[in-house]
Write a protein that binds this ligand. Structure first.
Ligand code: PRP
Ligand code: HPA
Length: 175
């Protein structure tokens, strides 16, 4: 029997009014549960950055960790967590940002990024862009070079890309 090519969007479902009324939430958990789909997503991201000389992958807690860690593994580079406030034990810098639903503070270890290091920022989803904009600012404060910004899903209608306009933004799926 022949197998159909994997269409990642077949494993993303819509949840109305989560986490609050008026938000149409794209739920990626069906894709994470399906081994060949999850693997295809990671492999497609890795293929896009093969030869890009990525020296560190930065993932944003918590869903950015799910994609960032296996991607760093395939790209043979280190993984740097950007975490919610109060979770990292050593010296940090932090930044507050606006979310589609609320505000948040994220931080990173001061010694996690070296000046001039080529960094790929990874998250599951681009909505307003606030989260990844904060991660970019943290990396740039430490002297890192943003070599790319990668997502599984981009919600194009929220225009998050406009917040990231100086940077090379890539998404596997766009709505
Ligand atoms: C979600 C998502 C992105 C961000 C996208 O994370 O995983 O990080 O929001 O929104 P934005 O582009 O408007 O900033 P959330 O803060 O809900 O945390 P989680 O990953 O821990 O679920
Ligand atoms: N889906 C999943 N995660 C999100 C969304 C969404 O619509 N908006 C902000 N984070």
């Amino acid at each position: 029997s022949t197998s159909e090519p994997i269409r990642l969007e077949d494993r993303i479902r819509d949840i109305q009014d989560f986490p609050q009324k008026g938000v149409l939430f794209k739920d990626i958990t069906p894709m994470l549960q399906d081994g060949p789909y999850f693997r295809a997503a990671i492999e497609r991201l890795a293929a896009h950055y093969a030869g890009a000389d990525i020296q560190a992958v930065v993932g944003v807690e918590s869903r950015g960790f799910i994609f960032g860690a296996p991607l760093a593994y395939l790209l043979n580079c280190g993984f740097v967590p950007v975490r919610k406030f109060g979770k990292l034990p050593a010296e940090t810098i932090n930044i507050e940002y606006a979310l589609e639903y609320g505000t948040n503070i994220v931080e990173v270890h001061k010694d996690a990024i070296k000046p001039g290091q080529r960094v790929l920022i990874v998250d599951d989803l681009l909505a307003t862009g606030g989260t990844v904009e904060a991660a970019i600012e943290l990396v740039e404060k430490l002297g890192g070079h943003i070599a790319g910004v990668a997502f599984l899903v981009e919600l194009s209608f929220l225009k998050g890309r406009e917040h990231l306009k100086d940077h090379d933004v890539f998404a596997l799926i766009k709505y």
